[in-house]
Write a protein that binds this ligand. Structure first.
Ligand SMILES: Nc1ncnc2c1ncn2[C@@H]1O[C@H](COP(=O)(O)OP(=O)(O)O)[C@@H](O)[C@H]1O
Ligand SMILES: [Mg+2]
Length: 422
């Protein structure tokens, strides 16, 4: 698909470049022609000025000295035809090379034996009285030769130029479409992973439903299957919610318009209260080391999501009877939140990938946790959207410490209080 696109883009590039090249060639050709013509005209004007001085006027007759050729300094002037006409435009005399002995009042080009002659005339005046005309003609062969040489060179170099444009275009389109290709492969991978993640709860729910369909199922069995279906639906719901949130975060990353100054300490306390039942369920002890009053500018829902995900991980991947220590400090210009658990830990290898979408460490606990593998990807996006940073230190079987730093802001005059959902 991309190979085809690359070829199409290259062909477009070559065609447009060729059109641009041909247009500029035509325009510069016109300029070149005009310049060469102007050069001939200036030669003609010089010749006219030179010969005007040599005209003899006796007894009402105009004449030119016949030895005109010998005075010429430039070789081109040897090819000039010098012509005299009377006041009525009738031909009188011609010296130099043969020309077209017709009077042309304006500068023009006239054909002679398959060649063109450029012709220029001037009035011959004596005290304001018109005596006649002096006309000079020069062949335009040199101009035509220069033009056809230029054209020949352009025609010869054109295929070379097209070949070079094609090679360069083919190379640069590869560079240009690389990010598109990467985005496509990320999207494809995301879809495969999402499909895979949805497939598991779907299969479980399907199997449970098939079982329910059978005749003679006991009431207790039915209830069991219904709870399995409910759990599968919850998993799917969580996965879809996470996917939608992540998509929204990724597209709104630069949107800080909705951000408000929030008491981060209140948000942390709120979330700790919410996850309390989960702590009891897992038999984990939580200690709060410090909660400095610190304000951040941000989106309340996103920050709550970030805190929930981090705390859920600290609980889910902890050991029975393990502990979690939470501290919130106001350091220089930052709100620094530390969540340290005494859980399974993460291997050095996995540590590089924990923020990847759908990544879960190989431990059976991670697979069975019911998580989507999107939690930390969401956390990372939230932190980045808030111009903060996140650091994870971990040691297998010892525990994990996550440190989130967000830029702190001054306490506003009328501080918001966080509404409680419960
Ligand atoms: N506190 C932690 N202790 C040990 N492993 C963790 C911790 N936090 C995250 N992980 C590992 O990182 C993986 C990705 O985490 P996350 O993105 O939240 O996805 P999940 O939905 O699996 O929780 C987890 O599956 C787990 O293997
Ligand atoms: Mg998680």
């Amino acid at each position: 698909m991309f190979k085809n696109l690359r070829l199409r883009l290259t062909i477009w590039f070559v065609c447009l470049s060729a059109v641009a090249h041909i247009t500029t060639t035509i325009l510069t050709g016109v300029l070149f022609h005009n310049q060469l013509t102007a050069a001939i005209d200036s030669e003609l004007a010089e010749l006219v000025a030179e010969h005007l001085q040599n005209i003899d006027y006796t007894d009402g007759h105009l004449s030119l000295p016949t030895a005109t050729r010998s005075f010429s300094a430039k070789p081109i002037k040897l090819l000039a035809s010098i012509q005299l006409f009377d006041a009525n435009g009738n031909f009188v005399q011609e010296t130099g090379a043969p020309g077209v002995t017709t009077m042309y009042p304006r500068a023009t080009e006239v054909p002679l034996h398959g060649h063109d002659l450029r012709s220029l005339s001037r009035r011959i005046l004596d005290h304001g009285q018109l005596l006649g005309y002096l006309q000079v003609q020069l062949p335009t062969d040199a101009r035509e030769r220069a033009e056809s040489d230029r054209l020949l060179m352009l025609v010869i170099t054109f295929p070379v130029l097209i070949a070079l444009l094609f090679i360069c275009g083919y190379y640069f389109t590869a560079v240009a479409i690389k990010p598109i290709e990467e985005t496509f492969s990320i999207l494809r991978e995301f879809m495969i992973n999402a499909g895979h993640e949805l497939n598991t709860p779907l299969s479980i729910a399907q199997a449970a439903l098939d079982n329910l369909d059978r005749k003679g199922a006991k009431q207790a069995d039915v209830l069991k299957k219904v709870s399995v279906i409910k759990l599968s639906l919850t998993r799917m719901r969580n996965l879809v919610d996470d996917m939608l949130l992540l998509a929204k975060l990724e597209s709104d990353k630069a949107t800080t318009r909705t951000f408000k100054v929030l008491p981060f300490h209140d948000l942390v306390r709120e979330t700790l209260e919410h996850i309390h039942p989960l702590l009891e369920e897992h038999g984990i002890e939580l200690s709060i080391e410090s909660t400095d009053n610190v304000f951040v500018r941000g989106n309340m829902f996103q920050l709550q999501q970030m805190l929930t995900n981090l705390l859920q991980n600290a609980i889910t991947y902890n050991k029975q009877g393990g502990t979690i220590k939470v501290s919130l400090k106001s350091t220089d210009q930052n709100a620094q939140l530390t969540i340290a658990d005494t859980g399974l830990g993460i291997s050095e290898q996995d540590l590089q990938r924990i923020f990847d979408k759908f990544f879960r460490a190989e431990s059976s606990r991670s697979k069975a946790s019911g998580g989507s593998g999107l939690g930390l990807a969401i956390v990372k996006n939230v932190v980045e959207a808030h111009r903060g940073s996140i650091k994870v230190d971990s040691e297998l079987n010892i525990g994990t410490t996550v440190v989130v730093s967000l830029p702190a802001v001054a306490q506003p005059a009328n501080t918001h209080t966080i509404p409680t959902n419960s």
